[in-house]
Design a protein around this ligand. Structure first.
Ligand code: SF4
Length: 503
């Protein structure tokens, strides 16, 4: 039984960066709840604040230290409060975090998120900061419990790490070499989510097409067809209505995956295929081993088999050495590719990446001017492609929090099977997690509109769960790699025994 004093310790996890981090935060929440913490209500100051950081976004470190400084006086006034910093920036900065912010209690890395409760307990007991950064995976994150954020859509990690060495990317040095989960463990987790009402699952990996190169289970041989097989196996799960995946890699994307997508009804007609640059010279400097012709060939083959597929991408503008001619090559590929949308980034130096030391960094104003041209082109294409949707009848999974202006416009929002965001005229009996059909009546560059009313409405178990504020919890799945024991937190420390933990 949980001691009431322990039960009262509340936590908050603040997440920065990519889906990988969002999902890791679900694991952190699951771990903390398993250890007896309860989630703090919105607006309430938690007894424990965990920062799950990102090292990719610009100014990530300034933002983190700004937020930590904001918490310092609060912590001084609140005996027993703890602060933990994990994720990619913690992995990169290590001991620097407690040097710059000595009131932080725990620093943990990307390979040992399972250690958090133990480190918190140790920091409390020893009254000093605990910094534990590992170079290799301590436990597959999926061997940890997870408190899910959504009642209707779930992330399922299929691998961690990446064997590529893209020169702009810090991920390989912070997340390590790729390790793949056993297919049976992945499918068990998908089943567990579906059993709790989840209808959409996104399979998550830094490079999903490499899935099968290095299973964590040494008895499983390398299997190049493993990802396509996994998609087909997801297709056999009763009640699983939508399957997405991110991110694929153009160099390793194979036709068996296209076949699996086309032949498996619950795999969504959506593909996020990162281009990064349309210039073969820049791709070479980025150490991306495909070329623009191969990239466009993949898109042609996908559209041949899945004509209504919405294809999105990532593009970096102003990579070191990028000439006007190189940039023009990117514009040419974008024009031909007809992406439904693109995540566009201005290159800026990320310390610790190979590209940070390359000569010929492109001046900021040149990058900005190219970026503006790319945005204008992509917005034109997105709008043209969205206009083609007008008049189509689409199925939406009603979403929570996707329409910032819904209250003002009196609309609801949902995602079509191809991932497009649709704002629609709904009604009070429709809940997030339910499924509706609508006809598209209008198009804008970043969304579609359906103002003609709902053509059909299916109430779902996910909708019931949203209404009842129930989100799934998944138990550990798979074999651990050797975890430190996880204990329940000690009760809040008496004032006399505290003081900011220092290194
Ligand atoms: S494929 Fe490249 S960009 Fe993606 S995680 Fe691996 S190294 Fe980074």
């Amino acid at each position: 039984m949980i001691d009431p004093a322990q039960q009262s310790r509340t936590y908050e996890v603040r997440t920065y960066g990519c889906q990988m981090n969002v999902h890791d935060s679900e694991r952190l929440s699951g771990l903390l709840e398993d250890a007896g913490y309860v989630r703090a209500d919105g607006g309430e100051q938690a007894d424990l604040v965990v920062f799950n950081t990102c090292a990719v976004r610009e100014n990530a470190d300034n933002k983190l230290y700004g937020n930590l400084s904001h918490l310092a006086p609060i912590k001084r006034e609140r005996p027993g409060m703890q602060i933990a910093v994990g994720g990619c920036l913690a992995q990169k900065d290590r001991g620097t975090v407690v040097k710059k912010a000595p009131w932080v209690d725990v620093v943990f890395g990307t390979h040992n998120i399972g250690s958090l409760p133990t480190l918190l307990e140790r920091a409390r007991h020893n009254e000093k900061a605990e910094v534990e950064i590992k170079e290799a995976l301590d436990a597959f994150p999926s061997t940890l419990p997870a408190r899910r954020e959504s009642a209707y859509a779930g992330w399922v990690s299929i691998s961690v790490g990446c064997n590529n060495t893209c020169t702009f990317c810090i991920v390989p040095s912070l997340r390590g070499k790729e390790v793949d989960r056993r297919p049976g463990d992945i499918l068990a987790e998908v089943h567990a989510l579906v059993d709790q009402g989840v209808s959409e699952v996104t399979l998550l990996g830094q490079n999903v097409n490499a899935y099968g190169v290095n299973f964590a289970d040494p008895d499983l041989p390398r299997d190049k067809g493993a990802f396509a097989d996994l998609l087909r196996a997801c297709g056999r799960i009763e009640g699983l209505e939508r399957v997405r995946f991110t991110s694929p890699h153009p160099a390793e994307f194979t036709d068996d995956v296209i076949d699996a997508m086309a032949e498996t009804p619950n795999i969504c007609p959506q593909l996020h295929m990162p281009l990064q640059s349309g210039s073969d010279t820049v791709l070479k400097d980025m150490r991306r081993s495909y070329r623009s012709t191969k990239f466009l060939g993949i898109l042609d083959r996908v559209r041949e088999r899945i004509p209504h597929a919405a294809i999105t991408t990532d593009i970096i503008v102003g990579f070191p050495g990028e000439t006007e001619e190189d940039f023009q090559a990117t514009l040419d590929v974008v024009e031909k590719a007809r992406f439904s949308s693109a995540f566009t980034f201005q290159y800026s130096i990320r310390p610790g990446t190979p590209a940070a030391d390359l000569p010929d960094q492109v001046p900021k104003q040149v990058v900005q001017e190219r970026y503006d041209r790319l945005i204008a082109l992509q917005e034109r294409i997105t709008l043209e492609e969205n206009r083609k949707q007008v008049g189509r009848r689409v199925e939406l999974l009603v979403a929570l929090g996707e329409g910032r202006k819904d209250a003002a416009t009196k609309r609801m929002s949902g995602r079509a099977r191809d991932g497009r965001l649709v704002h629609f005229a709904g009604s009070t009996d429709i809940r997030p997690g339910d499924v509706v059909e609508v006809e598209i009546t209008g198009a804008a560059p970043h969304h579609l509109v359906a103002d003609g009313g709902v053509l059909s409405h299916r109430r779902t178990r996910a909708g019931d769960n949203v209404e009842a504020s129930i989100t799934p919890v998944t138990a550990p799945v798979g074999v651990g790699l050797g975890l430190p024991p996880v204990g329940r937190p000690a009760p809040a420390v008496e004032p006399a025994a505290t003081g900011c933990s220092t290194c």
